[in-house]
Design a protein around this ligand. Structure first.
Ligand SMILES: Cc1ncc(COP(=O)(O)O)c(C=O)c1O
Length: 391
């Protein structure tokens, strides 16, 4: 065996494995743990989608596909974004991405961002954004989102962070990890900042269907002057409970999509053929599954938030989107990572420390309610009991 010291690229040295992993590795070694850490629906992919995939296998969809995705799927996605998001993109302006929305994000950043560019992110935000920004050599610039403002990204705060190096804003509404939802006027304001400073926007809309209390999703690309400076990325993962199928999509100006397709050709090549046929069935089939799933999430949300607020040291704002509660736990006087570890070891409940999502997440925990109500009830009882020993 040859021993050698590895010399890794600067690119890879700029990122570390997600802080969430260690905690969940520990949880795996313990029995009787309730995990509220997982960011995926606890539903099976609807039957008609699974059946379509089985049929596709037998029909020979086992080979390479066009790099941008099957033409009929691109057409269906062009129709979907027109109908659901009010966006006007031709099928040639749609990329079906391998690797889900995460793959689309990577391609968009690689296509548009150079080393030294600045990318504006909310703090806290989904862990992938900072890592991908760093891998492409960009400098992430964090804009705080605050509990008092329901974790909305405020246009004026973005404007204050813009420098001559700013290239892109990443927008995510509804948001992971906070459940925050941008209002129409916020999105209009962010669009104005993007136009004023000539910035690109990558809009991650994977939770677009998971909205409560009458909130409506706003796609920034539909705002004036935003069509050609926005890349909207989305996925089948959450909407159709298809996290394992690894298929997502991006829509944007033809020139940008062409560059992203070029990159996909040399990297992920294309999304899996079977997943593409399943995705087409998802778009063309009945959509009532989504409404039913979101109603279940809403029921759990309406249980979980008040219940967390009963626990001493917890203050939980009401999230209006996604499937996460993001309680403030500063009152317990522990770093969120220590508190998460404590709850795992003393309560048998796995949650994600807010600090895993950026410095602005310190003092918070993220609890996913993509879990049955009975599990949520038991988890809250356990947390309450464990926390009592801290007070
Ligand atoms: C905001 C956000 N974007 C993207 C993803 C990943 O989506 P995909 O499975 O399509 O890569 C997640 C998953 O947790 C997410 O929370």
């Amino acid at each position: 065996m040859v021993e050698r010291e590895h010399v890794f690229s600067q690119r890879i040295q700029r990122i570390r494995s997600s802080g969430i992993r260690k905690l969940f590795d520990l949880a795996q070694t313990m029995g009787d743990v309730i995990s509220l850490g997982i960011g995926e629906p606890d539903f099976d992919t609807p039957r008609h989608i699974r059946e379509a995939a089985k049929k596709a296998l037998d029909a020979g969809y086992t080979r390479y596909t066009p790099n941008a995705g099957f033409p009929d799927l691109r057409e269906a996605l062009s129709a979907k974004v027109a109908k659901v998001n009010g966006l006007d993109y031709t099928p040639q302006e749609v990329l079906v991405s391998g690797g889900g929305c995460t793959g689309a994000l990577l391609l968009a950043m690689l296509a548009l961002v150079d080393p030294g560019d600045e990318v504006i992110l909310s703090d806290p935000c989904f862990v992938v954004y900072e890592a991908v920004a760093r891998v492409v050599g960009a400098t992430p610039v964090f804009v705080a989102v605050r509990e008092e403002e329901n974790f909305r990204l405020i246009p004026g705060d973005i404007a204050k962070s813009v420098t001559p190096k700013t290239k892109m804003i990443i927008l995510n509404s509804p948001a992971n990890p906070t459940g925050g939802v941008q209002r129409r006027e916020d999105v209009a304001g962010i669009a104005e900042v993007a136009r004023t400073y000539d910035l690109y926007v990558v809009s991650d809309e994977v939770y677009e269907t998971m909205l409560y209390e009458g909130m409506r999703h706003q796609s920034i690309a539909a705002f004036e002057g935003m069509r050609d400076r926005t890349v909207t990325v989305n996925s089948f993962s959450k909407t159709y409970a298809m996290t394992g199928w690894r298929i997502g999509y991006a829509v944007g100006a033809r020139e940008i999509i062409d560059e992203m397709v070029k990159l996909q050709q040399y990297t992920m090549v294309h999304a899996p053929a079977i997943s593409q046929r399943a995705a087409l069935a998802a778009l063309n089939g009945p959509q009532d599954f989504i409404e039913r799933m979101v109603a279940v999430f809403d029921e759990r949300r309406r249980f979980l938030v008040p219940r967390l607020n009963e626990i001493e040291g917890f203050r939980c704002p009401t999230p209006k989107g996604a499937f996460y509660a993001f309680p403030n736990v500063e009152g317990l006087g522990k770093l969120s990572k220590d508190l998460a570890q404590f709850l795992l070891q003393n309560g048998g409940v796995a949650v994600v420390p807010g600090s895993a999502f950026g410095a602005g997440g310190e003092g918070y925990l993220r609890l996913s309610y993509a879990q049955p109500l009975s599990q949520l009830e038991e988890a809250c009882n356990r947390i309450e009991k464990a926390v009592e020993t801290l007070l």
